[in-house]
Design a protein around this ligand. Structure first.
Ligand SMILES: Cc1ncc(COP(=O)(O)O)c(C=O)c1O
Length: 394
């Protein structure tokens, strides 16, 4: 006999809570107390340089510059690269607003190029078709934590003289052919916002291997100072984006857990993926084998309502949520429909895949993937239960 859906008053598949996020323990407490007792508190507390060194080392980058979030990181990078009015920067349409808004914030034009349906990542042919005389840079997003196809991106960008700014807000610890993301392009941008795989509630970081760029990025984020100059000399135009010691202390503690959590998320994602191969109509993000570490900040699926008896995505989501599986749909429409990013504030090339992903994406947050492997089966059971009951839902 079919079990009654929770949305219709039945028992939910799951009653236990999912792992909480953020996670912390005594090491955060000790780090915060050390900042307190050093009595410096501002952005130049030793905790900041300690975290920057550790984060750079983890991503095999020469330089790390922390900032207040993963939005100003992108703006700072564009400024350091001297990108501004008259320039174009290629961005995907299916991403958080910051990726494209940063381009406008420096007076340049975002150019939207389509993503791939299977990976949610920037499509290389679409990117190539979007390049013009004015294009100065591209901002690929490692969407959900899956690195962009660097084997195609890097030669194409080099051939067209484009700076690659990696938006790695979802991709702490991800790697491509054994090389961590973040410093594979000119600059990599990370976010430590509350939902991210490494978090201090807010915060951001830039990675680069280029010493001149590193100096400029640092200066822009530090009131236009020079690292080795006096505090009241400002050779560059800059602002104050310094991360505090409190945030750095929390990030350093979190960083010691990042690799264990990364492995756990990947293990659980594999289990979930093998279950989904049997479900016609919910297709997980393609996991390129060259992405040997995949942060899984978001577990992504593409929903084909036709294969679920025409059940609208929003009904599927409500039914799964009632079973205590907190799925979401993410972006309602492509960024070029957000008022500040419409034409002529942007240039839009055809993005049918981005459009379709706005209609079809069903996602799970990274904290679910920190549960025990058997708990992934709750997700599987809930999906099967909804599938069995589509007639009752329709
Ligand atoms: C892809 C992407 N880029 C940039 C950002 C901006 O980061 P922040 O929230 O730290 O400003 C986010 C954050 O949600 C993001 O998902």
């Amino acid at each position: 006999m079919k079990s009654k859906l929770a949305i219709h008053g039945g028992n939910p598949v799951r009653s236990r809570p999912w792992p909480r996020w953020p996670q912390w323990d005594e090491s955060e407490r000790a780090g915060l107390l050390a900042v307190l007792e050093r009595g410096q508190w501002g952005g130049y507390d030793a905790a900041v340089s300690e975290f920057e060194a550790a984060f750079a080392a983890r991503h095999v980058a020469r330089f790390c510059i922390t900032t207040v979030n993963g939005t100003t990181t992108l703006e700072t990078t564009l400024r350091a690269l001297e990108i501004g009015p008259g320039d174009e920067v290629i961005v995907p349409p299916y991403t958080f607003v910051a990726t494209a808004a940063a381009v406008r914030m420096v007076g340049a034009i975002p150019v939207f190029a389509d993503v791939e349906l299977e990976t949610w990542n920037l499509s290389m042919p679409a990117m190539e078709a979007a390049i013009s005389r004015r294009t100065k840079a591209v901002i690929p997003v490692h969407f959900g934590g899956l690195p962009v196809d660097f084997d195609r991106l890097l030669p194409l960008a080099a051939r067209c003289d484009l700076a690659v700014i990696e938006d790695a807000a979802h991709a702490h610890g991800s790697s491509w052919n054994g090389r961590p993301v973040g410093a594979l392009g000119a600059v990599g941008s990370f976010s430590f916002q509350a939902s991210k795989n490494l978090t201090a509630g807010e915060g951001g970081a830039l990675l680069t291997n280029d010493p001149l760029l590193a100096e400029k990025l640092w200066s822009i984020a530090n009131c236009g100072r020079r690292r080795d100059g006096p505090g009241y000399e400002h050779p560059y135009l800059g602002t104050n984006l310094r991360l505090s010691g409190w945030q750095a202390a929390v990030l350093s503690a979190g960083l010691t857990r990042l690799d264990d959590q990364l492995q756990r998320r990947m293990r659980n994602a594999r289990r979930l993926r093998s279950f989904l191969t049997e479900i016609d109509g919910l297709t997980p993000q393609r996991w390129d084998p060259r992405a040997d570490a995949h942060a899984h900040h978001i577990f992504l699926m593409r929903y084909d309502a036709e294969r679920f008896g025409g059940l609208p995505r929003e009904r599927l989501i409500s039914a799964l949520r009632a079973e205590n599986i907190p799925v979401a749909s993410i972006y309602p429409y492509p960024l070029y429909r957000q008022p500040p990013l419409v034409e002529p504030f942007s240039r839009v090339t055809p993005c049918p895949n981005g459009e379709l992903l706005c209609e079809q994406t069903v996602s799970l947050g990274q904290n679910l993937l920190l549960a025990e492997p058997e708990e992934m089966d709750d997700i599987a059971r809930a999906i099967l239960k909804v599938r069995e009951n589509v007639d009752a839902l329709a």
